[in-house]
Design a protein around this ligand. Structure first.
Ligand SMILES: Cc1ncc(COP(=O)(O)O)c(C=O)c1O
Length: 453
């Protein structure tokens, strides 16, 4: 009889010993249960979750309507494999998605399991539809960790370091972000756009000819690259370049989609910029594995039968959960709450950025909706270093110290990017009171770090 770990301490020890260290485990904890924004750990401690499982549980943990839909589907049919037959929730989901696409041209869908897989599908489709090979992405972008998707990922070297060649044919240009362009944080948005568009045009003249370039993949809000909203003028310029050169524009809304930034999809904020392909995942099924791409019927028709698929693609339980997500959006004013709580969060962060106690710590407050980044001044790394206007000494590793202090006080937060950035991605149903609790925990943590130096 093999031995079985008897208690949580033994289970955690077993996990530490036998789980892949490459997963980058942060906390030695078991998340026992979740309800809305509150997570209970196995020792009974409760935490306010401002991570939403990296922007996934957008409607909160175990939303009752989503749980009910998934539970019902589990006892109806779990696996209706797409090559054999369809599940009803799959078809119902396509019906719902047709009504929420940013443009009616996005009317043909392929569902998969993860964001990375959906990116793989978008690579295949854009290459096949254009008959061209090369792909352009932006410095700081994150599109996933499979070999194709990690070739498109430029946020950190760790995703492809030491593992040999990733997919060839990928070219990188600057995102309109001051760090990426090596300019001052006070550079105007207009100038950032001008510089980034110039770099893109240069790339198309010096490295990848338009006749060889299939697609530009773009996160409208750079996620793992630091939570930076792409300016509308930049999105328009990229769209115009794509139109001029017959290049497809792939908008990756894996993290920014499903209400996260106050519109259903972030790209709706620039209604004249229409994606040729939209990639989505995360909030789609509120925690059940499901992702997808949407494109036009003409583009999708270039894929021969059998070229897209996968054993678990579009799982019936995940689709049932995703249908329930759509229904919750139709029944409740989720976007209204995102915009109100976003304003509350920005007001608090701007107050910290101008307070005499903490202003010297903060380099930037930015983002959209409930996808908000707080970048710190940091003297410990030359690429992150900023010329702070304050005479006060800048403490080291502010972001990880603030994150740890908040955790001790009951607030779960994530960092992002190679820069010292904390990101705020609570579930979109966060209440005014929960937001006030989170910002007061954060204020205390910032003031402590400022005092400790
Ligand atoms: C913008 C973006 N694209 C793609 C992915 C990859 O998704 P997944 O982790 O589900 O493979 C992510 C994940 O964080 C993401 O933020």
């Amino acid at each position: 009889m093999p031995s079985v770990a008897k208690d949580d301490a033994a289970l955690i020890a077993l996990g530490l010993e036998h789980m892949a260290s490459g997963m980058g485990r942060k906390w030695d904890i078991i998340m026992e249960s979740g309800e809305g924004l509150v997570v209970t750990l196995s020792d009974g401690t409760k935490k306010l979750d401002f991570t939403a499982g990296i922007g996934v549980t957008n409607l909160g943990h175990c939303h009752p309507k989503i749980t009910a839909a998934a539970t019902k589907q589990v006892s109806t049919i779990v696996h209706a494999q797409g090559a054999i037959g369809m599940s009803r929730p799959y078809l119902q989901l396509v019906d719902r998605l047709l009504n929420c696409m940013p443009t009616p041209n996005l009317n043909s869908f392929f569902l998969w399991n993860s964001g990375s897989e959906a990116i793989e599908a978008a690579i295949k489709v854009t290459r096949r539809a254009t008959g061209k090979n090369n792909i352009i992405v932006f410095q700081g972008s994150y599109h996933g960790r499979t070999y194709g998707a990690s070739a498109l990922t430029k946020s950190k070297t760790i995703y492809s370091e030491g593992v040999g060649s990733v997919m060839p044919g990928v070219y990188t240009t600057a995102f309109p972000y001051w760090h990426a362009l090596g300019v001052s944080s006070e550079t105007s948005e207009e100038e950032l756009v001008r510089l980034a568009v110039y770099q893109l045009e240069l790339l198309l003249k010096q490295q990848t000819a338009p006749t060889d370039t299939a697609a530009i993949f773009l996160e409208p809000v750079l996620g793992e690259g630091g939570y930076i909203q792409a300016p509308a003028a930049f999105l328009r310029a990229v769209r115009a370049i794509c139109d001029k050169h017959n290049i497809l524009l792939v908008i990756d809304e894996v993290q920014s989609g499903f209400g996260r930034t106050g519109k259903f999809f972030n790209i709706e904020k620039t209604p004249d910029v229409k994606p040729d392909v939209l990639v989505f995942a995360k909030g789609l099924a509120n925690g059940f594995p499901l992702s997808g791409i949407a494109t036009s019927k003409e583009i999708m028709a270039t894929m021969p039968p059998g070229s897209l698929g996968g054993t678990y693609a579009g799982n019936a339980v995940s689709c049932a959960a995703a249908v329930a997500v759509q229904d919750v959006f139709a029944e409740e004013d989720i976007l209204g709450n995102v915009n109100a709580r976003s304003a509350q969060l920005f007001t608090a962060l701007h107050a910290f950025a101008s307070s005499p106690k903490t202003s010297h710590l903060i380099a930037d407050v930015r983002g959209a909706g409930l996808m908000v980044g707080l970048e710190f001044n940091d003297s410990s790394d030359s690429i992150c270093a900023l010329s702070s206007k304050s005479d006060k000494p800048i403490p080291k590793n502010i972001h990880t110290r603030v994150q740890a202090k908040c955790y001790e006080q009951g607030l779960m937060l994530l960092t992002t990017s190679i820069y010292p950035v904390i990101r705020f991605i609570p579930a979109l149903i966060v209440t005014e009171e929960q937001m006030a609790t989170a910002t007061s925990i954060l204020k205390k943590a910032l003031e402590e770090v400022a005092l400790e130096g």
